[in-house]
Design a protein around this ligand. Structure first.
Ligand code: CUA
Length: 345
């Protein structure tokens, strides 16, 4: 082997080793598509792993053949041993058509089976149904049987089949929790469905994955897979109305919420004065238990009083294109409103 070839082979091996190590660094990536948090994700992952092994074998065979060709036929033009030119070889052409076709068939069988398994004709009737409504740019999650309506954070119990009904309030979006499996488009005028059984408890990231305007990248959400008891506790808490604050900044913030344009788009259930009159026309997230959420503004900021104040002061800066108007609240009014919203648990 000449020195230059040895050097390039060495660099190639180094690059491969680096890529392999990068894949094994064991870091925690919230959008990791290699997680297998549900049966759906495992089905996809098994096809992915199989295809990768096949690809690796093909890659090694091709590289080996390439090096064999380079070194065995390294004779220069005109030197003795120069191979004769071949214009066509039927056996070779049949072979390099048939072998890839067979490989594709071999990959297609488990792939098609996985597609059928993750898109069944009959959707489960015993599953926990979560209605998802995609909005520019936030996610609404409704649990029709439990009477819960929340935003940007979805909870479900581990080990139970979850059935999502996906609708859009405006344009095309796409629903994706990478750790739980594949994505599914959310299309206006039709209901798409997705079902899986989560196997791991924890907090997982979700994201809209269909370009849907200025704040597409800010249309995120969190999925919490709870233990059964944890989920029951969450349900109970979501079903009970928040306690109306009677003193301090939170109490002072309640009328600000009711009188500012907030209540035109947002609802706080169970608190007299602004729950029914706008029913059915809310264009913003239900804020009934806002204080219990870990994020705000479509899952892009942690839910802290400071971040909330920043969002209320200039929604467009936090989330470009946001429909929430700038209210012009400052100082005490802003702090009181923030305290009120954070008290909604
Ligand atoms: Cu919704 Cu992108």
């Amino acid at each position: 082997m000449c020195r230059a070839s040895a050097r390039s082979a060495g660099s190639l091996a180094g690059l491969l080793a680096l890529l392999t190590l990068a894949g094994c660094s064991g870091g925690s990536y919230p959008m990791d598509t290699l997680s297998t948090g549900s049966d759906y994700a495992r089905t996809i992952h098994s096809v992915y792993v199989m295809v990768n092994w096949i690809d690796l074998v093909i890659l090694l065979v091709v590289i080996a053949l390439m090096f064999m060709a380079i070194f065995w036929f390294s004779t220069r033009v005109g030197e003795p041993g120069e191979p004769s030119l071949v214009s066509s070889d039927l056996r070779l052409e049949v072979a390099w058509t048939a072998i890839p076709a067979l490989i594709l068939v071999f990959i297609a069988v488990p792939t098609v089976r996985a597609i059928w398994r993750t898109q069944p004709d009959k959707w489960p009737v015993k599953a926990l149904t979560v209605k998802v409504v995609a909005h520019q740019w936030w996610w609404e999650f409704q649990y029709p049987k439990l009477g819960i309506d929340t935003a940007d954070e979805v909870h479900f119990p581990v080990g139970r089949e979850i059935h999502f009904e996906l609708r859009s309030a405006d344009i095309i979006h796409s629903f994706w929790i990478p750790a739980m499996g594949g994505k599914r488009d959310v299309i206006p005028g039709q209901v798409n469905e997705l079902t899986f059984t989560p196997h791991e408890t924890g907090e997982f990231y979700g994201q809209c994955v269909e370009f849907c305007g200025t704040s597409h990248a800010n249309m995120r959400f969190r999925a919490f897979v709870d233990t059964k008891d944890g989920f029951d506790r969450w349900v109970k808490q979501q079903q009970s109305p928040p306690v109306m604050p009677t003193s301090g900044p939170a109490a002072a913030g309640a009328p600000i919420f009711a009188n500012a344009p907030c209540a035109i788009c947002h609802t706080v259930k169970g608190i007299s004065g602004f729950s029914k009159q706008y029913s059915g026309k809310f264009t913003g997230p239900d804020l009934t238990h806002f204080g219990s959420r870990s994020t705000l503004a479509g899952g892009i900021l942690s839910n802290t009083p400071r971040n909330l104040a920043m969002f209320i002061q200039d929604p467009d800066k936090v989330k470009p294109g946001a429909r929430m108007p700038t209210l012009g609240l400052q100082g005490k009014d802003l702090n009181d409103l923030v305290a009120y919203l954070e008290s909604l648990k």
